[in-house]
Design a protein around this ligand. Structure first.
Ligand SMILES: NC(=O)c1ccc[n+]([C@@H]2O[C@H](COP(=O)([O-])OP(=O)(O)OC[C@H]3O[C@@H](n4cnc5c(N)ncnc54)[C@H](OP(=O)(O)O)[C@@H]3O)[C@@H](O)[C@H]2O)c1
Length: 347
């Protein structure tokens, strides 16, 4: 029975539906790698509050969090609620800082509600600046990855050529648009004609190479006649290896992700052409977005300003229903997502 809002103890009696990690997947995650549970939401403690999940961010990194082993954050334990960033609204509160009705962004997990004991790690978001889904895209973690990864690690200069893979995706769309705003020539790499059209016609990239339709090497020769100064790598594997052959002197390769390798059941394929770094006195450097947490307000302010001025667009792909989480996540690895993949849990 659904508890009635406003009745004493109603939050405690409301049910929280959750998706938990049931097994460590081999290759692509299967439906039985997950379990579906429910438990009472519970009351917030003094100083705490309850957030109702509205939307969750589905990220390629989730695949890595499902594996055993050392990474930049610990893996999700078997039986634990799957880790996920999300946006939601405070529905019960014993915290003056987070009154009922406040919209927030936080690690909510793949579940309908989360009880917070304090405001640590919870950020307020303003829907007057941008709608909910933008706070999971350009104004959220992918946007911050793109903004700081490109500007801090890639250090593009006006007139330089920037290449970005996963160009129609969450991180890639922001990387390319910021690089254009900084006066660079920008070439995307994406899968399929529809995504390439979007990247050029709607995001304003100079060109886009459809890696599913032909040789990336030929595309780079055609669209980057003066070579590549910055390569922002979202995919790894063969595409990274190919771009390495086109680097200019002192080029910067930003290692953001390697989605082509995340479900591999054999060893990760490293770049065979790495000596291009030596020949070109180039460098390759990783980025982890969380290192920039102190500077997120700066990135959010700039991207929101560009959005307001009509200089920047962001596209999201919204899937409905917590129960569809397992299949929705797979869209990232098949390339079916068109823009930042978001799961709407409630409205
Ligand atoms: N380092 C960090 O702090 C950080 C933070 C956020 C994200 N990331 C990384 O950034 C990358 C992009 O993440 P995102 O959230 O923006 O995802 P996304 O680009 O929105 O979605 C993933 C896209 O990857 C492409 N893809 C999938 N399999 C591929 C393959 N085998 N070869 C080439 N492309 C493939 C697909 O696009 P196509 O249809 O174009 O193939 C798919 O749509 C990921 O590697 C992610 O792990 C890193």
């Amino acid at each position: 029975m659904r508890a009635r809002a406003g009745a004493p103890g109603y939050i405690r009696r409301m049910l929280n539906h959750q998706v938990r990690l049931a097994a460590r997947p081999v290759g692509l995650p299967k439906r039985n790698d997950w379990s579906f549970t429910e438990e009472p939401v519970g009351e917030p403690p003094e100083g705490g509050f309850v957030v109702k999940t509205l939307m969750l961010s589905l990220d390629p990194a989730m695949r890595g969090w499902m594996n055993e082993g050392r990474s930049y954050i610990p893996p999700v334990g078997i039986g634990e609620v799957m880790r996920a960033g999300g946006v939601g609204v405070v529905i019960a509160s014993k915290s003056p800082a987070f009154p009922i009705g406040t919209h927030v962004s936080a690690g909510l997990g793949v579940q309908e509600y989360r009880v917070f004991t304090s405001g640590k790690g919870v950020e307020r978001i303003e829907l007057s600046i941008a709608p909910l889904e933008k706070w999971l895209n350009a104004l959220g973690m992918p946007g911050m990855t793109a903004y700081f990864g490109l500007l801090d690690v890639g250090q593009p200069k006006p007139g330089e050529t920037v290449v970005v893979s996963g160009a129609a995706g969450a991180v890639g769309q922001t990387v390319g648009q910021v690089a254009k705003l900084k006066g660079c020539r920008v070439v995307g790499i994406a899968g399929g004609a529809a995504k390439c059209d979007f990247v050029v016609k709607e995001l304003g990239f100079d060109a886009c190479i459809d890696y599913r339709a032909g040789e990336v090497r030929e595309g780079l020769k055609q669209h980057c006649p003066s070579g590549v100064d910055v390569y922002f790598d979202n995919v790894g594997g063969e595409i990274l290896d190919t771009v390495l052959t086109r680097l200019n002197k002192k080029a910067r390769v930003v290692i953001c992700g390697a989605i082509s390798q995340y479900n591999s059941t054999t060893a990760v394929k490293g770049p065979a052409n790495y000596l291009s770094l030596l020949v070109n006195r180039a460098r390759m450097e990783g980025i982890v977005v969380f290192d920039y947490a102190d500077r997120y307000p700066e990135g959010i302010a700039q991207l929101a300003a560009w959005m307001k001025e009509g200089k920047f667009v962001s596209r999201e792909d919204v899937v409905d229903g917590l129960e569809h989480f397992p299949e929705a996540l797979l869209k990232l690895f098949s390339g079916e997502n068109f823009g930042k993949l978001v799961l709407r849990v409630a409205s």
